[in-house]
Design a protein around this ligand. Structure first.
Ligand code: FES
Length: 87
C-alpha cells in the first residue's frame, strides 16, 4: 500500500493492496478517464512529480518507464511510500 499526493488539488489518497490508483481516486470523487484498464491504451496517463512508480503497463517504452515521470493510473503502483501526481 502507498499514498498518492495530488499536487493541484492538495489531497492525499491512500491506495490499499488490491486497489488501483484509479479506484482510490474515485473514492474521493476524482474521476480518471479510463478505457482498457489494463495498461495498454494510454488513456489514464498522468505526470509524476515525485516518487518512483512501479510500472505495470505495456504502454510506456522501457526508456519512458526509466524516466519515472509518467504513470498509467489504471494498473501501475508505487515503489515509494508516496507518489506525487500532477492532479
Ligand atoms: Fe488503458 Fe489505463 S485505461 S492504459
Amino acid at each position: 500500500a502507498f499514498d498518492v499526493a495530488l499536487k493541484k488539488s492538495g489531497k492525499t489518497v491512500h491506495v490499499a493492496e488490491g486497489q488501483t490508483i484509479v479506484d482510490a481516486l474515485a473514492g474521493v470523487g476524482i474521476k480518471i478517464k479510463v478505457s482498457c484498464e489494463q495498461g495498454v491504451c494510454g488513456t489514464c496517463l498522468c505526470n509524476v512529480l515525485e516518487g518512483t512508480p512501479d510500472h505495470r503497463d505495456v504502454f510506456l517504452t522501457d526508456e519512458e518507464k526509466a524516466d519515472n515521470d509518467q504513470i498509467l493510473l489504471c494498473c501501475s503502483r508505487s515503489l515509494s511510500d508516496t507518489l506525487v501526481l500532477d492532479l
